[in-house]
Design a protein around this ligand. Structure first.
Ligand code: PMP
Length: 684
């Protein structure tokens, strides 16, 4: 069987013609021997046949032009209006996710290999309050053919549509001109003919897009008698014959191309915490949207990981992408040495507004690990500048994780962390036991006893204490009591040590508070932010410091010795600003509370299953701690293949931290998958 081709056909404005184009393309592809399916995802203006059946007018046209092709409408609505309105009038909902499911079912049933999808109006036609047709097309990874009515205004409409498609990562493969009327006679007609003739050339040149053909105007095509109609369709499909052949040619959707991506990946690309030699096959993600990651074969995986804490608002958030595009158009990057810019300043203002009290200075860096390096350097330089050279050790916690660069590794758990290999190479730091006081248990003064002892004995050497507030993440997904953090703050003050809070994972609402340190009403001297800072769109981190720290470092002309090339990257700062806007609406609070409730309910049954050591939930984080390390590969395969969810366990932990925008149903799919995996022993 030939490779499946998915082709979206969309108008550059709402004029007629797409249906004729679709139908003619269907016929041309059929003539090339393809198994054709013509689909109208949303058909408005449906009418009742005498038998009571609801007829989709465009589907009728496909049938007329190419009776051998299969055809279908996924959603049929009566009102001849935009889909969002026509659906609302019938009390119905259309969504990209729903359309996608319907389409997959239709594809499976038809067995077709050349599938045309005709849009309803233009690319930005709304499907519901938030989603547009473009959103639907964007998650299909299909080819796009634009139907351009050839008339005055065509250039502008076409170029805007091309730009909109490209802005969403859809490269149109060409356009077809549709002559919707016959030119008038006389001089007026001459001008019209010149306009018609010029339109295609300009669109092609300015839009860098081939014209795939020009469909002639056939007055009253649909009402012609059978013989003349047949001749008209034959002519139209003949015009598109070369276009149909081009659409069948090998392309990026091919199985061979997909296989080559996976092969190259396996042979040449390093993945996190892996060896290229032993790497299992990765899944190829082609798009992501909402709470889903979309694979090349069209499967939607519900994301339980937020791409490692960062995609808090889900994927493809229009606000974030718009700010990215806008800033890319203005200035993607400029060196921060000697220059400043509004994105950095605006973001800085907003960060200080929401940050814990007392933080006044900001250093922008490019990743979480680098932020930790900068924070450690700040602390060490501060103590040196204050004339305390003996304070050159960092106190950290067992079970901690702060990043993968050398300095950051030195403050990760020295035994169970990922970096025990580097013992003896890394700067030697001081470690306190993991705080054993659970978040949800009673705190006693005993809980911080060991920490107090260490301060008592080695306080003179300690420049700073670094902590992940409340949630120790990659070191064990452990939630500890806020009073421990409070006591840690007191101890730092008592011993002239700085408190560095690593909010890289916990920041921006994940634990149910905007910053996890709010649980303990504690302000640090230095705070590291990253991950969800840009809503998962682009890498950026920030180190916030108190005036006292900055002034200390600056004593006698001291400078902080750090300055990454991409410091304060304007693109990243602009997106981070847009992400803070989304958080600023406050909607995340209810969403995180809802996820917390869903996780508690959904993971509850696991408490009774064999092999489960602990089940804990805080904010939008749900953790199953098993008694033994789990079989990661087997579990991932089970989650993807059996449940269509993306969950990536590690060590003894199967955990969920979905995007805040996840729906109840999607969340339930995640928890059902986790329960199934444990109940049925897939983790062993
Ligand atoms: N600190 C914490 C608490 C983290 O969870 C991480 C990332 N997992 C880092 C630092 C390092 O961030 P990055 O991976 O961006 O370097």
């Amino acid at each position: 069987m030939a490779e499946l081709r998915l082709i979206c056909v969309c108008g550059t404005d709402t004029g007629v013609g797409k249906t004729v184009l679709c139908a003619a393309l269907a016929r041309a592809a059929h003539a090339l021997g393809r198994g054709v399916l013509a689909v109208k995802p949303v058909q408005t203006g449906c009418y009742e046949a005498p038998g009571g059946e609801l007829l989709a007018p465009d589907v009728e046209v496909y049938r007329q032009a190419c009776p051998q092709a299969q055809s279908a409408a996924l959603v049929t609505l009566r009102a001849p209006a935009s889909p969002h309105l026509a659906a609302r009038l019938e009390g119905r909902d259309i969504s990209v996710a729903g359309l996608n499911l319907d389409l997959r079912a239709c594809l499976d049933q038809s067995g077709a290999d050349f599938v045309l999808l005709e849009g309803a109006g233009g690319l930005l036609t709304p499907l519901n309050e938030e989603e547009s047709l473009l959103d639907f097309f964007a998650c299909l990874d299909a080819s796009l053919v634009l139907a351009v009515p050839n008339r005055l205004g065509a250039i502008n409409h076409a170029l805007l549509s091309i730009e909109a498609a490209r802005g969403r990562g859809i490269e149109p493969c060409g356009f077809v001109l549709l002559n919707a009327s016959a030119p008038a006679s006389g001089r007026e007609g001459d001008l019209e003919r010149r306009i018609h003739g010029d339109n295609g050339a300009i669109i092609s040149r300015r839009g860098a897009l081939p014209c795939l053909g020009e469909l002639p105007f056939v007055p009253g095509l649909l009402a012609l008698d059978a013989r003349r109609r047949e001749r008209a369709w034959e002519k139209a499909s003949g015009v598109l014959s070369a276009a149909a052949a081009a659409l069948c040619a090998p392309c990026r959707a091919d199985t061979a191309y997909a296989a080559s991506i996976l092969d190259f990946d396996r042979e040449h690309l390093w993945h996190p915490y892996s060896s290229p030699a032993l790497q299992p096959r990765a899944y190829e993600a082609v798009r992501a949207r909402g709470a889903s990651i979309i694979l090349r074969d069209g499967r939607f995986l519900v994301d339980g990981m937020s791409s490692w804490w960062c995609a808090a608002h889900g994927y493809g958030r229009a606000e974030l992408l718009q700010s990215l595009r806008g800033q890319a158009g203005r200035m993607p990057h400029v060196m921060f040495g000697g220059f400043t810019h509004a994105p950095a300043v605006d973001l800085g203002r907003r960060l200080l507004e929401i940050a814990p009290a007392g933080l006044e200075k900001i250093f922008y860096a490019d990743s979480g690990s680098v932020a930790v390096e900068v924070a450690l350097k700040m602390a060490l330089q501060y103590q040196m500048a204050l004339g305390r050279p003996e304070k050159k050790r960092i106190l950290a916690l067992r079970g901690a994780y702060h990043g993968d660069t050398l300095g950051a590794m030195s403050v990760c758990d020295p035994v169970n962390g990922m970096h025990s290999l580097f013992q003896g190479v890394l700067p030697e730091q001081i470690f306190a036991p993991r705080p054993e006081c659970r978040f949800d248990a009673l705190y006693t003064s005993q809980s911080a006893q060991e920490l107090e002892n260490i301060f008592k004995v080695r306080g003179r050497e300690i420049a700073a204490l670094i902590l992940e507030p409340i949630v120790q993440g990659a070191g064990g997904m452990w939630f500890y009591h806020p009073d421990y953090l409070y006591r840690a703050r007191e101890l730092c003050l008592e011993h002239g040590c700085l408190l560095i809070l690593d909010e890289i994972a916990t920041g921006f609402g994940r634990t149910g508070r905007l910053f996890a340190c709010e649980w303990a009403r504690v302000s640090p001297d230095i705070m590291c932010l990253g991950k969800a800072l840009t809503g998962g769109v682009i890498t950026l981190s920030a180190v916030l410091a108190s005036d006292a720290v900055a002034e200390g470092i600056s004593r006698r002309g001291g400078i902080l010795m750090h300055g990454p090339t991409f410091m304060a990257n304007p693109l990243a700062c602009a997106v981070a600003g847009a992400s803070l806007d989304i958080l600023g609406s406050g909607e995340w609070r209810d969403r995180v509370l809802g996820i917390e409730a869903g996780l508690r309910l959904g993971l509850e049954p696991c408490k009774g299953f064999g092999g489960v050591a602990d089940v804990r939930v805080l904010g939008a984080i749900g953790v199953l701690e098993m008694e033994r390390p789990v079989n990661v590969q087997r579990l991932v395969r089970y989650f993807v293949e059996e449940h269509g969810v993306w969950i990536r366990p590690f060590n003894r932990l199967i955990y969920l931290m979905p995007p805040y925008i996840i729906s109840k149903e999607e969340l339930a799919r995640l928890t059902v998958a986790v329960c199934g995996a444990v109940r049925e022993g897939w983790w062993i």
